[in-house]
Structures are given as C-alpha cells and as structure tokens.
Design a protein around this ligand. Sequence first.
Ligand code: ADP
Ligand code: ZN
Length: 265
Amino acid sequence: MIPGGRLVVLGKQGAGKGTQCVRLSHHYVIPHISTGDMLRGEQKAGTELGLEAQRYMDSGELIPDEVVLKMVAQRLDQDDTRTRGFVLDGFPRTVAQAEGLDELLSPASLDLPVNIVVPTPLVLRRLASRRVCEDCAAIYSTVSPPRVAWICDACGGEVIHREDDTEAAIHRRLDLYEQQTQPLITWYRRAGKLVSISGVGSPEAVSDRLIAAVDDHRSASGGFGAPLRVSGGLSPRSDPDEGAGYESDPDEGAGYESDPEERHG
Ligand code: ADP
Ligand code: ZN
C-alpha cells in the first residue's frame, strides 16, 4: 500500500502550485484540495458561499479566514481525507488559517509544508499566459494550449483566461501574498518543518524535486506513520546536477535559473 500524507504546498501565484499538487495527488494517492477551485465551484453552483466569495475573488482579495476555515473543515471531515490525508493547495494563506488548520488536525498534525519558490518576474509572465478549464480546473497556457483550440483535453470543458488573472488583480494578489502569506512561511520555518524547493524549470523537473524532498523528509523523520514508496531514487543530494534544487531551510535566492518551459501557472 502506498502511504498517504498530510501535505501543504505554498508558493506565490504562478509558482505552479496547481500543476504540482495534481502530480503529488496522483503520486501519493491523496486528495488534492484547492480552496480556489472549491470557491470557484461554489460560485458556479450559485451557492450563498459562492456569492459571498465572488466580490473578494474578482478583485483578488482574500476571503475572510473564518469562511475559508469552515469550508476546509467540512472537506477534511470526508472519508478520503480521513484515511489518505491530503495535499492542500492555496490554503492556509494566513497565519490565522494555519493555526486553524493545526486545530482541525489535532491530535494529529501536518506532515510537511513545502514552499515552491519562483522569482516574481517569472510568475508575472506565467500568469499572463495562464489559461484554465472552467469545469475541471486543468491548467494550460498560451504556450502549451489544449490539443483542440480552448477545449479541455481532460474533460471537454471550456478553457478560459481567469477573470482574476488580469494585471491589476495579479498585482493585488502578489501584494497580499507578500503581506499575509510570507509571514506564514516564516511561521512554518520557525516551527522547523518547512522545506523549500525551486519552482523554476519544467513541470517534470519541479515535481521530481518535490517528490524527492517529500520522500527525503519522510525517511528522515521515520515516516509519516508508514514507510515510504520509493520514487526511483530521486535524491537531490545524490545527484550533483540537481544541486541547489532544494534545501531544508533555504535562502529564497537559491536555485534560480531561466525557465526553459515557462508554461504553467
Ligand atoms: P491564486 O493562487 O492564483 O490566487 P487561487 O485559485 O488559489 O488562485 O485563489 C483564487 C482566489 O480565491 C483568491 O484570490 C482568494 O480570493 C480566494 N481564496 C482561495 N483560497 C483562499 C484562502 N485560503 N483564503 C482566502 N481566500 C482564498
Ligand atoms: Zn477540463
């Protein structure tokens, strides 16, 4: 049996969280929980929560902590998350949300928060070209579009430019990230758990780094409750070419290079 895990993926908009969380979700067989996707789903369904969320989301503001926490609490209470764990995407985004999450999980706890680090000029380029499926949230870009023009390869849904991927809303979200999410990274780092990896490079290169970091941490801490599935010997420390790919308490300057693919968000 593949052991599950309780993971959080952090990183600014366009760092590739969505793409990478889908990959982690498949690799570890754990549900991918994206608060952004959940909120967009509520909007689409026209629920009260969706209506309330809309005005914040369109302008790139954060939904109030207690609203998001309540939504996440319900999701974490489902059978799949109880048995397998989860990979959380876009949550927590504030220290208050992280504290709320700890309470929800208690007496268990998070296994690992992973921070995907990408320089801002690169995320700005990625977000400007990002396109998403309205129905299943699959991520494309103008550089890497679906096979048939703007019809999702996975589900046949319409692939669109998100309303909050406009320049003004992107800048607002990046500002909020600095103000509210950066302190969260410091908070996790102080708690001694945070692992950071570079998000520069192809989606495959980044997910290899991520899985290696998670696996490495898992064996170092004696497993997240169960032994680890070996992922093809991808230890960044044993591969000199992968060098600065990840460190357990890095300086945010490490591991940047030009992005050969620049196609995901
Ligand atoms: P991005 O990471 O590109 O901002 P998301 O899909 O994660 O995109 O989120 C879109 C919007 O949904 C956010 O701008 C915010 O309004 C809302 N949202 C998502 N997750 C949270 C959260 N944890 N707390 C508050 N608001 C959230
Ligand atoms: Zn789709």
